[in-house]
Design a protein around this ligand. Structure first.
Ligand code: BYC
Length: 336
């Protein structure tokens, strides 16, 4: 059912679907398809079609890159957090994002590419990372809104990945989702404090941040289903369990009630409950802006990439020292 011939067509000749070469390979393919149909998990050492491996390497590494790049807009506010408690929370959150990146790089590496190769794709601009992190954090309220909306969207997208057919990715996501839940709550709590106990200026700052982050947040789920080239195959393989549009609708429905509780207005006059669909209707999403940002021309793309490349270059001596240490006979004896 999911033969190589039906895999997503790649973008260059090397990615083009290959003809099945042998009866042995055909049998492996059939066994793989049956395992997917039965809802079994695929482990890294199991046989898998090339394009399944390629799709997962793409998605998991892009996810890892998003976690790393996602540290930058929030890290920007650690030294300016308004209280010791908020600073400690933000430090922990940013550290968590670094940890998520590491679990995800480790999961991606099980598919055969080294971490250096994966990071090189980020640094050379070949690999994508989430569009959302190309927007600036202008005020403290942006930090609360990132927790509430961005981490809220992340949880909605990532909980179904805990059931992804590729076991190392699914396992990594279980822990990540638990931590994302804390991230979402701390953001909501920071905003609730400002909205219920803050000054009029602080409340206006929250509303302004919501106005700027709302549309990019709902774009995070990716293009509409009918314009999503990877969705159909990823859903057949059990990599994606719920479609981009469905997840977006669930997120909007959950967030409308939370916005009312906070006392903020979501910047979409067309947001309205549709009884028949069982979801909110919403205004048109600016997909041209989304593709511009994904293509490298968002407000902070260049700054974000430059910061990651600089961090990599500045860390060269640490990697070299770690390698020298690992090669020392005394270290190897200890490891044995
Ligand atoms: N930004 O066919 P589609 C976090 C690309 S981390 C940029 O629907 P797919 C957090 C897509 O890659 C958040 N690009 O693709 C961290 C594809 O291009 P390629 C990250 C996007 O993969 C720190 C093309 O558009 N979360 O929350 O089936 C602090 C067509 O799309 C985006 C994940 O990575 C986007 N928003 O579905 C706080 C979750 N959307 O690669 C928070 C795991 C789409 O073919 N990833 N594109 O050249 C996924 O669930 C899926 O990869 C996506 C896209 C839903 C994102």
């Amino acid at each position: 059912m999911y033969t190589q011939a039906m895999d997503t067509v790649g973008k260059d000749a090397a990615d083009a679907p290959k003809a099945l070469r042998s009866t042995e390979e055909l049998a492996l393919q059939q066994r793989f398809d049956a395992r997917i149909d039965a809802g079994e998990f695929i482990e890294a050492k199991d046989w898998m079609p090339d394009n399944y491996r390629k799709t997962l390497t793409r998605q998991i590494s892009q996810h890892a890159h998003s976690e790393f790049v996602g540290m930058l807009p929030e890290g920007n506010w650690i030294s300016r957090a308004p209280t010791l408690k908020r600073k400690a929370i933000l430090l922990a959150k940013v550290q968590d994002e670094g940890g998520h990146g590491l679990y995800l790089y480790a999961a991606a590496e099980t598919l055969g590419q080294s971490r250096d190769q994966l990071l090189d794709a980020l640094h050379s601009g070949k690999a994508k990372y989430s569009s959302i992190f190309n927007y600036p954090t202008l005020t403290w309220a942006d930090i609360g809104v990132i927790g509430w909306l961005v981490d809220g969207a992340a949880i909605m997208n990532q909980v179904p990945i805990c059931r992804c057919s590729f076991a190392p990715y699914a396992r990594a996501m279980v822990r990540i989702c638990r931590e994302e839940s804390f991230h979402q709550r701390q953001g909501f709590d920071a905003l609730l404090t400002m909205m219920t106990r803050g000054t009029a200026a602080q409340q206006a700052m929250v509303q302004d941040a919501v106005n700027r982050w709302w549309w990019p947040s709902i774009q995070m789920f990716g293009p509409p289903d009918d314009q999503s080239p990877n969705s159909a195959q990823s859903m057949r393989w059990g990599i994606k369990r719920i479609s981009n549009d469905e997840l977006r609708a669930k997120f909007i429905d959950a967030t409308v009630a939370q916005a009312q509780l906070l006392g903020v207005t979501l910047p979409d006059p067309e947001l309205k409950w549709n009884e028949e669909r069982g979801h909110h209707d919403h205004g048109a999403i600016d997909w041209s802006e989304f593709w511009r940002v994904v293509g490298g021309d968002g407000p902070c793309n260049r700054e974000r990439l430059a910061a990651r490349v600089k961090a990599w270059d500045d860390g060269a001596w640490v990697r070299e020292a770690a390698m020298v240490h690992a090669r020392k006979p005394s270290t190897q004896a200890q490891a044995a």
